[in-house]
Ligand binder design. Sequence first.
Ligand code: SF4
Length: 114
Amino acid sequence: MTRARMPRPHEVAAACRDPRLLRARRDRLGDLAWRAQGRCQTVDPETFFPAPSEPADVALALCRSCDVQGACLAWALDQGDCNGVWGGTTPRERRAMLVAWRSENTPEPAPAMP
Ligand code: SF4
């Protein structure tokens, strides 16, 4: 098994501007109620976990028409390193998004006490 390489700075910069990531920031929810509204609820779950050599086109097309795409991607990014298609993204696409997500969701350190 090979480890995935770290995303390059230009890939992270592109991820920061990706409309899917922007939607995830906007639609992030504190619970999992969004799951019941997913288009994937009526589809074989295996569709969303294609083998690395298989295309993810069917799952990605379903996600693009899903009303909870943003909340779904936010959940996947909060989980970190998860497999499968979530929120209209592949695991490979989420690697750079995850760096951007974590950098913008990490609180600023508290100022030093005088
Ligand atoms: S975005 Fe895709 S994986 Fe997420 S709930 Fe919708 S159909 Fe399912």
